[in-house]
Design a protein around this ligand. Sequence first.
Ligand SMILES: Nc1ncnc2c1ncn2[C@@H]1O[C@H](COP(=O)(O)OP(=O)(O)OP(=O)(O)O)[C@@H](O)[C@H]1O
Ligand SMILES: [Mg+2]
Length: 511
Amino acid sequence: MTTISTAPVLELRGISKAFTGVQALNGVSLNLYPGEVHTLMGQNGAGKSTLIKVLTGVYTPDHGQIVLAGQSIQPQSTLDAQNHGISTVYQEVNLCPNLSVAENIFIGRYPRKFGRIDWAGMAQQAAELLERMQIKIDVTVPLAHYPLAIQQMVAISRSLLVSAKVLILDEPTSSLDEKEVDLLFSVLRGLREQGMAILFVTHFLDQTYAISDRITVMRNGEREGEYLAADLSRVELVNKMVGAPAASETATPAAAPIAVDATPSRFKSFLRAVGLGRKGALTPMDLEIREGEMLGLAGLLGSGRTEAARLLFGADKADSGVITIDGKERSLSSPRDAIAAGIGFCSEDRKHEGAILDLSVRENLILALQARSGIMRAIPLKRQQQLAEEYVKALGIKTASIETPIGSLSGGNQQKVLLARWLVTDPKLLILDEPTRGIDVRAKQEIMDYVSALCKKGMSILFISSELPEVLRVSDRIVVMRDRKAGGEYPRGALDETSVLQVIAAGDQHA
Ligand SMILES: Nc1ncnc2c1ncn2[C@@H]1O[C@H](COP(=O)(O)OP(=O)(O)OP(=O)(O)O)[C@@H](O)[C@H]1O
Ligand SMILES: [Mg+2]
């Protein structure tokens, strides 16, 4: 905890912003003080990102005022906002992976000496900036060489360079593993000590409580309230987000384990992989996926979970192993083969494999189904509309209509459409790789319950998530991965969070 000074560095006064058909923000006010971490929370589509975009000059507000250090400002672009001392770090780092760390920090403001770029001076200053955040790395190698967490630190250090007063982070932690989050948080604490005002957006309750001094809850484009983190319980927070009465227990995030009525022995094998591997990506492993069963892959980021999933889907080519489906040997050398075999893959990579931003919700949703039935056999428009309406309702997708471009949906709602894209194909095996990333805590639980119900009806699911409690809650069986290999298989109930981490930490002795 830090002391909060009395004068806010940044004041938002009555900010409103409408898009066609949506009042995204309605008279939102917010004060940000130097030396505090202020977390913005709210359900998908509540208006968090829009508020940040207004603040950073991406959108012009319809009404309201932004006051920075007592002066009214009207940022016209992110660069303009940055020049005012407001820096932003998004989840998807917008840096240049091929340039060196130092170049990334200094992009647009390379230091010069005698008319030439002063490479040595630049490297030295970059190293110093990072050292202020306790990070000692070689700044002359390409940024891509480092994990995402470090890349985000690089983005943050840029803001130190322009001597930012306000640092904004919109869901920066959703792709980081636990260690990386710790690293980011220790950097944020250091910056807070130095008097930086930090505005943070996340859907993770643990993170909110680990770092926040204050919490502002948004609901339906309005400010629901502002609270000291220490005064607000988790249950209260969730209830305020969804607008339920304070006494309601229904929104408690710690949900009970899902009951299974089938005993594991009743599950029939659907897919069996023996010695499945790929050099440098996955040490050969065996895997069995059974009908009507949810198989969880637990492990840290980079442990080989996604690599295993991509081999099963034919997105990467295996260089060893045999896959049998329903007892018959199958070669899955491309996603097309996998889709034909009844496999769906909802990937974590929203940017590269995901949403096509200028296509409508309906078109995005129908994409995988259309791919399976072949380009020549167009799905009738009527049927498309039916399916789109059905899934928008089932997953609670917040959109003006099914014809709205997906790009104008909030991040969490885009993710729901991508999940629906695969559900609509009614696959025999659905691979879910971080399917609920960016989805708010209430919706997350509803979606996993929905998916579990499909599973009980016979769909097989391979579930990958960095959120261990969720994996433990929904999986019938769990394979723990580490160092790009399988580290053991466990039935439901055999593991808790601590024992999973022990298996991960145990190294080879448990294999
Ligand atoms: N460019 C846009 N055009 C049209 N509508 C938009 C646009 N950007 C946002 N909206 C709408 O404004 C509302 C608020 O969206 P916003 O992205 O601010 O939500 P959010 O709180 O960040 O949600 P999430 O947690 O899912 O990221 C949503 O209904 C969204 O569909
Ligand atoms: Mg958002």
